[in-house]
Design a protein around this ligand. Structure first.
Ligand SMILES: *Cc1c(COP(=O)(O)O)cnc(C)c1O
Length: 368
């Protein structure tokens, strides 16, 4: 049996008529940038998440960049974040000229270890940038408390967590500003690049809105030096059509995860753990084992595609050598990078496929 880690063709097949029709509508309109379809999608996200503002942008990376710009983060500032995340989280901090300060992760959730944040705060610290990794929220109450005490901004990287809840609040609406990605493989994926910023603060939202169109509120008059980062009408139309299914898809992912949990609990692999206050959306279902590389090889030989998110923690990336970190500095992240493995998970995966994945994992450990 061949099992991909993600199969977007199955999703498209289920909603093909609807998607084709909205795409043709956009083509007929010949209106491609921002416009009514983007506004309408932004309104749907406001309703979905409960944030006051939603601003569509060109990618999740740009959402982070614009959030940092709107918070006034610049050269010489420090931003506290996790090293165990997709590169864009820290890349965006560096791109505004600030210094990413990496704090190790919690070994259970893989999110930033909030007990280690306070000691990383100093007079240069301007913001905390937690990531809701794999679809589970970071421990936001402690983060907000540290931020309040130090007068820091909180920017949430919710790229993997649309629809996830923390104590009744949606990911991306808990801090000052939330960043989302609609990269095709995300739980709400566009047919190309796309992203979005959420905010409750009028001033921050207005700034992001202006910064995404070169810092201009009136065409050809520029108050700030912004960037070009707009959401396409085509992507907005597709995302609006798909948003209606998002909760149903998240529920299916939870059902898949619960089945993996049940089947894998008694095996040597570590299964994901969820904090009581969280509702997970399982962007990824991560297992962990010191035998990770051998297990991955075995599964691959049996036709099962798995992915390592992420093999190199960001403090050890070549481009961040200038920050002076060395192996051993953030041991929990480094251990996770050596042990985690994402199993195939998507709403359309069949029970038969899941059984095969489980069977092959069990086989691996009996063959050892
Ligand atoms: C996907 C992702 C991003 C970046 O999103 P793009 O749309 O690919 O630019 C940022 N942070 C995290 C945690 C992500 O998973």
């Amino acid at each position: 049996m061949k099992i991909p880690s993600l199969d977007l063709k199955r999703q498209y097949k289920n909603i093909q008529n609807e998607i084709n029709s909205v795409v043709l509508d956009v083509l007929a309109s010949q209106s491609f940038i921002l416009g009514s379809r983007v506004e309408s999608f932004e309104k749907s996200i406001v309703k979905y998440c409960g944030a006051k503002y939603a601003i569509g942008v060109a990618s999740g990376t740009d959402a982070l960049l614009l959030a940092l710009m709107a918070c006034g983060i610049k050269n010489g500032d420090e931003v506290i974040t996790t090293p165990f995340t997709f590169f864009a989280t820290a890349g965006s901090i560096a791109r505004v000229g600030a210094t990413p300060v990496f704090v190790d992760i919690d070994p259970v959730t893989y999110n930033i270890d909030v007990n280690k944040i306070a000691s990383a705060v100093n007079s240069k610290t301007k913001a905390i940038l937690p990531v809701h990794l794999f679809g589970q929220c970071a421990e936001m109450d402690t983060i907000l408390e540290i931020a309040r005490t130090g007068g820091l901004r909180v920017i949430e990287d919710a790229a993997q967590a649309i629809g996830a809840f923390y104590k009744g609040k949606q990911a991306g609406t808990i801090g000052d500003i939330g960043c989302f990605s609609f990269y095709p493989s995300k739980n709400l994926g566009a047919y190309g690049d796309g992203g979005l910023v959420t905010a409750n603060d009028d001033g921050l939202a207005a700034l992001v809105k202006s910064l995404r169109v070169h810092g201009s509120n009136t065409k050809y008059y520029h108050e700030y030096v912004g960037i070009n980062s707009r959401l396409d009408s085509l992507q907005a139309a597709i995302l609006s059509a798909k948003l209606k299914y998002l909760n149903e898809w998240s529920e299916k992912r939870r059902t898949v995860a619960a089945y993996y949990d049940e089947q894998l609990r008694e095996t040597p692999v570590r299964i994901p753990e969820i904090m009581d206050c969280n509702t997970h959306i399982y962007h990824q279902y991560m297992i962990a084992t010191p035998k990770r590389d051998l297990l991955k090889e075995h599964l691959s030989q049996q036709g099962i595609e798995t992915v390592i998110y992420y093999p190199v923690p960001l403090h050890l990336q070549k481009c961040f050598e200038y920050l002076g970190y060395k192996p051993g500095d953030l041991p929990v992240s480094e251990k996770a990078a050596n042990e985690v493995l994402a199993l195939p998970i998507f709403p359309e995966i069949t029970k038969e496929e899941q059984d095969y994945v489980v069977e092959q994992i069990k086989n691996f450990f009996t063959l050892l």
